[in-house]
Design a protein around this ligand. Structure first.
Ligand SMILES: Cc1cc2nc3c(=O)[nH]c(=O)nc-3n(C[C@H](O)[C@H](O)[C@H](O)COP(=O)(O)O)c2cc1C
Length: 131
């Protein structure tokens, strides 16, 4: 999903510099320092046991404490049956001080071609909201 959203952003505005991180593998402090430098962020997770990945939860908790200002954000995530992750990320971003500009996007299980196309559209629309 992240890669498809990034493609959508790039196609809408090739001048936007996009950085993609896998929170499970990247250094948390590297991600947070990029958040400081960014105008907008997108945060995603599958729904796992009615919640979100612990790596994403940890990052969101760091962001809550840092209380960002004047930054836009949105959530995305995949799910199997209940799909709470996008709402939970959305609420955590609000607590972190972000202006959350859309309801976010969810895809069911592993995204198929149509779902990936929807992610690309989501990315291009996101660019418009951060201008
Ligand atoms: C351990 C585990 C728990 C899960 N719990 C939920 C859940 O509570 N609600 C839900 O909608 N999907 C749940 N799922 C389904 C995942 O959201 C689904 O596998 C995911 O969207 C696919 O992403 P992935 O390819 O990264 O696993 C669960 C999956 C796993 C493996």
């Amino acid at each position: 999903m992240a890669e498809a959203i990034a493609r959508g952003i790039e196609s809408a505005d090739p001048d936007v510099k996009i950085k993609l991180y896998n929170a499970a593998h990247a250094d948390k402090n590297d991600i947070i320092s990029e958040v400081f430098k960014s105008k907008a962020i997108l945060v995603g997770s599958p729904t796992i046991n009615g919640g979100i990945l612990h790596s994403i939860a940890g990052l969101l908790e760091m962001m809550r404490g840092l209380k960002f200002r004047n930054k836009k954000a949105a959530a995305f995530g995949s799910y199997g049956w209940s799909g709470e992750s996008v709402r939970q990320i959305h609420d955590a971003l609000v607590k972190g001080g972000f202006s959350v500009v859309t309801e976010g996007i969810r895809t069911n299980w592993v995204p198929d071609e149509d779902a990936l196309a929807a992610c690309e559209t989501f990315g291009s629309e996101f660019v418009d909201t951060i201008k």
